[in-house]
Design a protein around this ligand. Structure first.
Ligand code: ZN
Length: 168
């Protein structure tokens, strides 16, 4: 359970452009770079789901009936910034644009920037983001090639709890 502290009226849940039969967050107007699309506060749990967002090494937040429709892209136009308050087990997640978004475009973020792994039903599923640098499949951060991990860190896009080194 949780609450939206901010819900930008310029985005709404509508039919996905990329994934037939699925919903997405879609821009209803042109939106500037660095705009908050939603801010959600909720209790963290140990459970990863298809729609949950990872907020620490082992905690996840279910973003409710809005943020849950943010789809993945390998070349996203938005980014999740999460803060986890361990003492109260509460997390705040913010979806911010990282480039200008045109009216009618789908809002996306790169799942590999927040999730160390993804759920079984998403893992290695064909990615439909259609970007020129598409990785081909959806994975969490841990399953990215090293050069992609380095790139996400260099650009400041990877969440702080993600680890480049693999411990085997
Ligand atoms: Zn892709």
């Amino acid at each position: 359970m949780g609450t939206y502290l901010i819900k930008n009226v310029d985005v709404c849940v509508a039919d996905s452009i990329y994934i037939k039969g699925e919903k997405a967050l879609v821009a209803q107007n042109d939106i500037d770079e660095n705009t908050v699309l939603f801010m959600f506060q909720g209790e963290a749990t140990d459970k990863r789901t298809r729609t949950s967002i990872q907020v620490s090494a082992d905690k996840h937040v279910e973003p409710g009936d809005f943020g849950a429709y943010t789809n993945h892209s390998c070349s996203p136009n938005a980014q999740i910034v999460a803060e986890y308050d361990e003492k109260n087990n509460i997390a705040q997640i913010v979806l911010m644009t990282i480039k200008p978004i045109k009216k009618g475009e789908e809002v996306t973020f790169d799942y590999a920037t927040t999730e160390s792994t993804v759920t079984e039903d998403l893992h290695n599923k064909k990615c439909l983001c259609h970007s020129s640098n598409c990785r081909g499949v959806i994975t969490g951060f841990n399953d990215l090639p090293l050069k992609d991990k380095m790139e996400l860190f260099t650009k400041g896009l990877a969440a702080s709890y993600l680890q480049i080194e693999e411990h085997e």
